[in-house]
Design a binder for this molecule. Sequence first.
Ligand code: AMP
Ligand code: MG
Length: 335
Amino acid sequence: MTQKMNIHNPQHRELMIEQILKGHMVALPTETVYGLAVRADDDQAVMNLFKKKGRPSFNPLIVHYASWEDVAATFAMNSCEENLARHFWPGPLTLVLDRPPDLYIASCVSANLPTLAVRVPDHDFTRSLIRDIGCPLAMPSANRSGRLSPTSPEHVLADFPHDGTILIADGGACTLGLESTVVDARNPQQISLLRPGIITKEDLKPWGNISSSSDLKNNKSSSHLAKTPSSPSSPGCLTSHYAPSRPLRMNVTTPLTHEAFLGFSGSPLATRDLSPQGCLREASKNLYHDLHLLDREPFTSIAVAPIPNQGLGITINDRLARAASSHPTNQNLSS
Ligand code: AMP
Ligand code: MG
């Protein structure tokens, strides 16, 4: 069985370190979502991770470091990348950096791309574990590929219930609850926002011109999510993703019978409300938590109220659009 580990128990901590050093997987808490971690320098361990998640090998992983200093010692960063890292790390920003020659990270981590996505998570336990392991960790979200991201140990357990090889470090609920913002600042004149996250386009503006796929879109379709002419592609953004097992439709004001209704800002018919006060920060934190709760009987599908498409609302709508596009039957239902 998959097992929960107490992050305050030194023996559990040792066991998790030992497992990772041997090339096994451990689910770790971060401020964004729970990650499924393996050492990033071990080809076999990384390939096992892709297989366990059912993740396509073209979708590269984010490598997690213990500190900004460790990243700076490994990668040649331009001043824009350095400023972003100093400001936002530890935190929910992922930087796509040039991969130095002879880097010890397994090439399948980055799907053989010439770049590597890196981040320093804002979670003391996980950073201290990485430090003690002495090797950065490849760590995608701890869910089966395409499914809802986990924001609690229970979500990880639900996705890998009978797996004898996964230990889960129980860090409680994630404080932010949505995946990191992925940015490519290799060209400081044009910073590319590859995946919206908790850090918004507005938050990034002080560091330069930002281009993003949202510049070209409205929030009802996900076909635009792949790439823009001015931005390099982020292979993971090509796929539908982040989906509950039930069909989901967006921008609904009147739900159907047997449909769970995820409201926002005090929707009168809501089964649950992402934020009764209309706070996008609160809604981001609750999004996966609430979708996990509604993705069960007696509901047959999930309808979501309109979310304002600004600031963090752009990130929420990005995740909802991907979830909606995972169910072709939804196209008829969409309103
Ligand atoms: P996940 O592990 O599900 O949080 O997804 C990681 C995200 O980072 C995906 O959208 C990937 O496409 C993106 N990513 C990872 N490595 C790279 C890279 N080298 N270049 C561009 N995007 C990347
Ligand atoms: Mg994921």
